[in-house]
Write a protein that binds this ligand. Structure first.
Ligand SMILES: [Zn+2]
Length: 246
């Protein structure tokens, strides 16, 4: 239902108006989902259920957060402090950026290269225009699978992190080996082979850990295989990589 309503809104309401009054439209849609069974930890909205997307993801109709965003915030909230920290966040959703700003980091920089997300800066991840050892924490979620030269991107993430700093990384994963092929170039072929029309590969967890380890990262592989109390609408099977600069 959520996707149908969204399509209808996109069809009927001019884009500028939709962007300007996004909060209002979300409130309108989310009214039907109000309840007490679940709570979105990004916007604190109480729901009887999340909106279930066609890919099975449980989306918060109030702020648009995905299960992976709620999981990441849950990890950050319970294990990390932003106090006196410098944080670089690639391509954040609006809701997550708002939530993380509340944590009052010393510096919280949001960045997006393609202009798809609202961000403070436009940074090319393969040539990050920041000094060495600039950040305590980096969030690089669902970015690397879009980057052709991911070796450079990974080296740059390592370079701009401080010693002991950590980078939260996630991409879609498959089992086996990383799948990439330079001959697959058109959006149609990329959708067919990589699962999305702007992805350039599908990583495996082991393959990505291998690439991260090669530049010097020590990788903590977090596996979340079951969710006993799923009050936040998290995903049952999820891997999060926390790469530390030694
Ligand atoms: Zn929410």
């Amino acid at each position: 239902m959520y996707e149908k309503l969204k399509k209808l809104a996109i069809l009927l309401v001019p884009k500028k108006l939709l962007e300007r009054y996004e909060g209002f439209f979300r409130k309108l849609i989310s009214y039907k989902y109000r309840g007490q069974k679940y709570c979105c930890n990004i916007c604190d909205f109480n729901l009887k259920d999340f909106a279930v997307l066609s890919n099975g993801n449980k989306l918060c109709p109030n702020c648009g957060s995905l299960p992976r965003t709620r999981r990441l915030f849950s990890i950050i909230d319970s294990e990390y402090s932003f106090k006196n920290k410098t944080v670089l966040h690639f391509s954040p959703s609006k809701a997550m950026a708002c939530k993380l700003r509340e944590l009052k980091a010393k510096e919280y920089v949001t960045t997006d290269f393609e202009g798809e997300f609202l961000a403070d800066e436009k940074i090319d991840i393969t040539q990050i225009n920041k000094k060495d050892n600039s950040f305590d924490l980096i969030i690089c979620y669902h970015v690397l699978e879009h980057i052709k030269d991911d070796d450079s991107a990974i080296s740059e993430l390592y370079r701009v992190l401080r010693e002991g700093g950590k980078c939260f990384i996630q991409t879609p994963f498959k089992s086996g080996e990383i799948f990439e092929n330079d001959l697959i170039q058109t959006p149609e072929d990329r959708l067919l082979h990589f699962g999305q029309n702007d992805h350039v590969r599908i990583y495996s967890v082991e393959g990505l850990i291998d690439r991260l380890s090669k530049v010097g990262f020590k990788v903590d592989r977090r596996e979340f295989n079951s969710v006993a109390d799923n009050h936040k609408g998290l995903k049952q099977n999820e891997t999060v990589l926390i790469a530390q600069k030694e």
